[in-house]
Ligand binder design. Structure first.
Ligand SMILES: Cc1cc2nc3c(=O)[nH]c(=O)nc-3n(C[C@H](O)[C@H](O)[C@H](O)COP(=O)(O)OP(=O)(O)OC[C@H]3O[C@@H](n4cnc5c(N)ncnc54)[C@H](O)[C@@H]3O)c2cc1C
Length: 397
């Protein structure tokens, strides 16, 4: 890539799902993009992500379906069960039904597989440069544009750019250029994640459906990954904060205890993995704005949310889509384009943050509120659930 004029160059901090998707969409919109990623090598550690139709559609438009084909699962339904009795409360069709209803399927994919596919596509794009081991420290705006300060192996560098996109995750430092510097809030919950071989799972849970089990103080999610060869299990439980890290391995005691009141089938699944990745869960209250001057926040840096609607990565992908469109429409007036991006994104991402919090309450009801919830779900059924989420999955941005 030849040196781009600052008026066409965008700097992105963070090569997570949000930063890499934004890089691809901005390059496609005619910008030159520099992605700076703090870590020296992308991590293989992690677990599955559900990518709902609102975001899968954008990845398909980017041409990523072929490179992801071996990694993604395409669940045919979401089965919601009572955690204590194992009774099926609702079954919402996904697969082709989702494509007909919402314009794209639901995918499930390992985070490392998705990040690798995005990284490979970005590496092949002549308009994108990725700098690993490179930390964006800050930026200043001046009459001639913006200067981004980057540190790399002990050396500091000034980079001229049209705009800085802070896609630096839930612990974003760069967000202080736009909004509050308060730390994210701990939710009182942790996620335990594990992958098992499909043949090790109880026969009743080996199919191509996503399972969601709702119970007192905890819930369980499982779905097949990598063409059904693996099952991703996520247990979400009340917990002490512990170490804030995606890669902390722990034994089964805490999670087995948290699911002690669940039905035998759920407990049989939980009993399989000898080790789990334990992640304390954080979010923030909704913000008023994601942009200030020529700096914008994207993904978890803007709107970290609890994973109880499985939307954090999908919202980051949506952000990237809207951001690229706003910057492309706004020619060289980055500040105005980013204000437009913020106005378009804040109401929707804030609603998703609130709905995820709402699910925290409803998913974990104890008796007797759980009885009312379960009757409500049975009355609604799969079609009623699909209708309830048309606003989310049917988004076309
Ligand atoms: C248990 C759990 C389950 C989840 N399940 C789902 C799901 O099913 N579906 C879904 O859509 N979402 C899910 N999510 C949420 C999803 O994982 C996140 O929302 C998403 O990965 C956020 O992506 P991001 O690009 O915004 O941030 P990140 O992935 O955190 O990336 C930020 C990057 O920025 C880098 N960085 C930080 N500071 C700097 C700096 N100053 N300079 C340069 N680089 C920097 C970091 O190293 C990192 O690579 C889940 C989350 C959890 C915890």
């Amino acid at each position: 890539m030849t040196e781009a004029p600052a008026s066409r160059r965008i700097v992105i901090a963070g090569a997570g799902i949000g930063g890499l998707t934004a890089a691809l969409l901005l390059a496609r919109a005619g910008f030159r993009v520099d992605v700076h990623e703090r870590v020296e090598a992308l991590s293989e550690v992690g677990a599955g992500l559900q990518i709902s139709p609102n975001a899968a559609r954008i990845l398909i438009d980017l041409g990523l379906e072929a490179s992801l084909d071996a990694s993604i699962g395409r669940p045919e339904a979401l089965v919601v069960r009572s955690g204590t009795s194992a009774e099926v409360l609702a079954e919402m069709a996904l697969g082709d039904t989702a494509t007909r209803r919402w314009g794209a399927p639901t995918w499930v994919v390992h985070r490392a597989d998705l990040q690798r596919a995005l990284f490979a596509a970005a590496s092949e794009d002549p308009d994108i440069r990725i700098h690993l081991g490179s930390v964006v420290e800050g930026a200043s705006e001046h009459a001639r544009g913006m200067t981004v300060l980057v540190s790399r192996r002990g050396a500091m560098e000034d980079v001229s750019a049209l705009a800085l996109i802070a896609a630096d995750g839930v612990r974003s430092k760069l967000r202080s250029m736009v909004t509050s510097t308060r730390p994210p809030r701990f939710s009182g919950r942790a996620a335990f994640r594990a992958l098992i071989n499909v043949e090790d799972a109880p026969a009743a849970l080996r199919g191509t459906k996503t399972g969601l089990w709702l119970g007192p103080g905890a819930h369980l999610v499982h779905y097949p990954l990598r063409r059904g060869t693996l099952i991703n299990i996520v247990g979400l439980v009340k917990a002490e904060e512990g170490v804030d890290d995606w890669a902390t391995r722990t034994g089964p005691d805490e999670i087995v205890h948290a699911f002690k009141d669940f039905a035998p089938l759920a407990r049989a699944l939980i009993a399989i993995p000898p080790t789990w990745l334990r992640t304390p869960l954080y979010d923030r209250p909704p913000e008023r704005s994601y942009a200030s001057g020529a700096v914008a926040l994207l993904g978890d840096a803007a709107h970290p949310m609890l994973p109880f609607l499985a939307q954090g990565a999908s919202m980051a992908i949506e952000d990237a889509h809207v951001l690229a469109r706003c910057l492309a429409d706004g020619a060289t007036n980055a500040a105005a384009s980013l204000q437009r991006y913020s106005k378009l994104r804040v109401p929707r991402a804030s609603r998703v943050q609130r709905e995820a919090r709402f699910n925290d309450t409803v998913f974990h009801f104890g008796f007797p509120a759980s009885v009312a919830r379960d009757i409500g779900l049975k009355l609604k059924g799969g079609n009623g659930l699909a209708e309830r989420y048309d606003w989310l999955y049917g988004w076309k941005g």
